[in-house]
Design a protein around this ligand. Structure first.
Ligand SMILES: *Cc1c(COP(=O)(O)O)cnc(C)c1O
Length: 439
């Protein structure tokens, strides 16, 4: 069995001998460098804002400063241009963005929103924040995104929206989701936190629903430390999101807004320093995503022939920007458990390996129905069987991935060099060689 080489020599690497988990020398003995997308442009931009003294110009009152200062506005304009949408609304986190969106859509207490369990917990808590009920719908095993064929069986008279998440870096099947939404008069929220810059059928991921957006937190492809960006073509939703972002209840009168349902405002405003940095980061998005794609292609090539290991599947119409590199293992074919593989690979020095992602529907807040207060609110608002989606077995694909078959590489965490990838691949190959699962 040959180790994988990509123009590199392996003379320095202990590729034979015992597995590190059994006391052998690990393939990788160094720490990979942490990813850092900040450069001199960001530094200069931040310094200029600091020198101006105006670190935020938002005011929670009607008038010129209701929509923020010059950096915030320029950042939003540039983002809207780049993503081909009419409105981009910056927020201090994507969690804030999701909360703003669910509120802007006019979701009522007790309404239901369909959402995937295979996402970051904020996707679902944004629904709960408006006292609405998240109903979890299982994912498609190939893409890890919502399975559109399962949506309709969960739609009830209380369903108001579908929240689709472009998890790991590729878009969900938005055409199918939009078709079902249109048939049932539902809004579609696109949580594209992990896939900025990805395309689906010639359009930008994140812009394919009624309203959507991106996270700008530290781990995402481009970031402002903390931050987020809402995108939509709908002027009414854009205004409502702006109102929720900035104490809208205090300005509706002066602004002549009469539809004040859910205009319970927050302070979700992004600072000028972050916005100035974000403008520089936007210019780096393409190079970040293309490098990520390149890394994934190298890993695909290196792992593609290993038995019992499924590399990421890019579903038709998509390209993939690989926030995570999501693998699936076949414990029966391999004769070892996923958790044993995790330990063996980690012992070989593989970094950023994750053996689980998430099953939000199984969080204690849902299974115990204890969110706001201790008496079951907001589930007490309705009598439907929505909480059935919190039971074991409600989302069998997500549960199987979580318990037995998922392994992920957090490509978002490191500034991988080609050598880092080569060695990571060889760590996998060494383990697979030892369990006799290579061709
Ligand atoms: C990161 C992330 C969020 C939350 O974004 P923040 O900016 O950290 O609040 C929401 N959904 C998904 C899928 C994410 O990956």
């Amino acid at each position: 069995m040959m180790y994988w080489r990509d123009g590199c020599e392996f003379v320095n690497h202990p590729i034979s001998g015992n597995l590190a988990v059994d006391g052998g020398a690990p393939v990788i003995a160094r720490q990979f460098a942490v990813r850092n997308t900040m450069g001199p442009e960001e530094e200069q931009a931040a310094v200029e804002v600091i020198r101006s003294g105006v670190l935020s110009r938002f005011q929670g009152s009607a008038g010129d400063d209701f929509l923020g200062g010059p950096q915030v506005r320029a950042f939003e304009e540039e983002w809207a241009d780049y993503f081909g949408v009419r409105y981009a609304i910056s927020v201090n986190s994507w969690t804030s963005g999701l909360i703003s969106i669910v509120g802007a859509l006019g979701v009522e207490p007790g309404d239901e929103v369909l959402v995937t369990p295979w996402t970051m917990s904020a996707s679902a808590t944004a629904i709960l924040q408006w006292n609405a009920i998240p109903v979890f719908v299982d994912i498609d095993r190939a893409s890890f995104c919502l399975d559109p064929s399962l949506l309709e069986q969960h739609i009830t008279p209380r369903t108001r929206a579908i929240m689709s998440v472009d998890i790991f870096g590729q878009s969900a099947s938005m055409e199918a989701i939009n078709t079902i939404a249109a048939k049932h008069n539902l809004s579609v929220i696109s949580d594209c936190a992990q896939a900025p810059g990805a395309w689906r059928n010639g359009r930008r991921a994140g812009t394919l629903g009624t309203i959507g957006g991106y996270s700008l937190n530290y781990h995402k492809h481009v970031h402002t430390g903390e931050g987020g960006m809402i995108v939509t073509d709908d002027p009414d939703l854009a205004l409502r999101a702006q109102l929720i972002r900035n104490h809208g209840e205090a300005v509706v009168d002066a602004m002549g807004v009469t539809a004040i349902n859910n205009i319970v405002g927050f302070n979700f405003r992004l600072g000028e320093i972050e916005a100035a940095i974000g403008r520089c980061q936007l210019r780096r998005l393409e190079s970040q995503t293309s490098r990520r794609t390149e890394l994934a292609e190298m890993i695909n090539e290196g792992l593609g022939d290993l038995m019992g290991l499924q590399t990421p599947q890019v579903t038709p119409g998509n390209d993939h920007v690989y926030y995570m590199y999501g693998l699936q293992v076949d414990p029966e074919a391999l004769g070892v458990t996923r958790d044993w593989l995790y330990r063996a690979l980690t012992a070989e020095g593989v970094q950023g390996l994750a053996r689980q992602y998430t099953n939000i529907h199984r969080l204690p807040m849902y299974t115990q129905r204890t969110a706001f207060g201790s008496k079951g609110f907001p589930w007490t608002l309705q009598k439907s069987d929505a909480p059935a989606s919190y039971g074991l077995g409600a989302c069998p694909v997500a549960e199987d991935l979580q318990e037995r078959t998922y392994l992920g590489l957090e490509l978002c965490s490191f500034a991988y060099t080609d050598d880092d990838i080569t060695d990571t691949v060889n760590a996998f190959r060494k383990v697979w060689l030892h369990i006799g699962a290579t061709n």
